[in-house]
Design a protein around this ligand. Sequence first.
Ligand SMILES: NC(=O)c1ccc[n+]([C@@H]2O[C@H](COP(=O)([O-])OP(=O)(O)OC[C@H]3O[C@@H](n4cnc5c(N)ncnc54)[C@H](OP(=O)(O)O)[C@@H]3O)[C@@H](O)[C@H]2O)c1
Length: 312
Amino acid sequence: MRILVTGSAGMLGSALVPTLVRAGHDVRATDIDLTDPLPWGPGLPSLSHLDVRDAQQVRHAVGATDPDLVLHLAAETSLEISDADQDHAYLTNAIGTKYVALAARSAAVPMVYISTAGVFDGSKDGAYTEFDAPNPINTYGASKYEGERIVARTVEQHYIIRAGWMVGGGARKDHKFVSRIADQVRDGATTVYAVTDKLGTPTYAPDFSRCLLGLVDSGLFGLYHMACGGEGSRFDVAARILEVLGRDDVELVPVGSEHFAAEFPSPRPRSEIMRNMVLDLQGMNTMRPWRVALEEYLLAEFPDLVTSVRVA
Ligand SMILES: NC(=O)c1ccc[n+]([C@@H]2O[C@H](COP(=O)([O-])OP(=O)(O)OC[C@H]3O[C@@H](n4cnc5c(N)ncnc54)[C@H](OP(=O)(O)O)[C@@H]3O)[C@@H](O)[C@H]2O)c1
């Protein structure tokens, strides 16, 4: 298949584009950020510029590529930026998605939209399934949910896939929780703080990419949750990171969300735990447990942080 990918230069794109190419697909990788135009190295596609906030650019990219599938990753993923500038968040995550959806509909090609567990309000005790009603509590979640609704009503052949806490991108691209902890370890921290009151499901980008590939091959369009198996708090994830790195010299301190209120003022759902219920029911859930996937990620991408004690 010829596949047009938006937002390819981010955490998910860094795993997804190579996965698609290895599977034999012809990938046109685009992003607004062309700082590194050859992020995947030789033999893999170079990035070209596409800003999804520009309807004309989107129409032109789809027309020029003539894709068999449009994979829409581009998003403003910062909760704080989204809350501080709602117009920017809605322009990128909702209106930009509308432009991509309309172009996919005009070209009569299926579309994949990546959404988030952040569409839920977090009050549920058990894991969220595709049959639970979204009720976002911040601008990022609301704008991504609006993107879901636009895709669902615009493109008949769609996959809307909700990811959990994204894990991926390595030292260069990872700008989320895992690299935040890893950076503190690298900087010689002896104490690391992590919250116990935010629950979720880490989602390893390479596992997500493989599972997504199986899904788009199936033709079973619809709404999906696609997170790794299991659940935990941010504290649990940090504990696993330090365990894998063999860093028992670093003290992990449990705190509540108020500890980070100044740095991360946006409201976050208490729980973003998801179950991949539809993938389970369709016999297509290939996502591994998050603790296993996280270990693979750390050993592959942060080997310099693993203590010799752990390696031995
Ligand atoms: N990260 C998570 O924890 C998470 C969880 C669930 C779902 N998701 C979803 O997964 C998808 C991929 O996210 P990710 O984790 O790979 O995040 P990411 O690392 O922030 O990647 C998003 C990419 O989109 C680019 N982008 C932003 N605005 C754009 C625009 N107007 N036109 C074209 N490209 C634009 C970004 O460039 P800049 O870096 O220059 O802004 C970045 O390269 C997103 O749809 C996101 O909502 C992410």
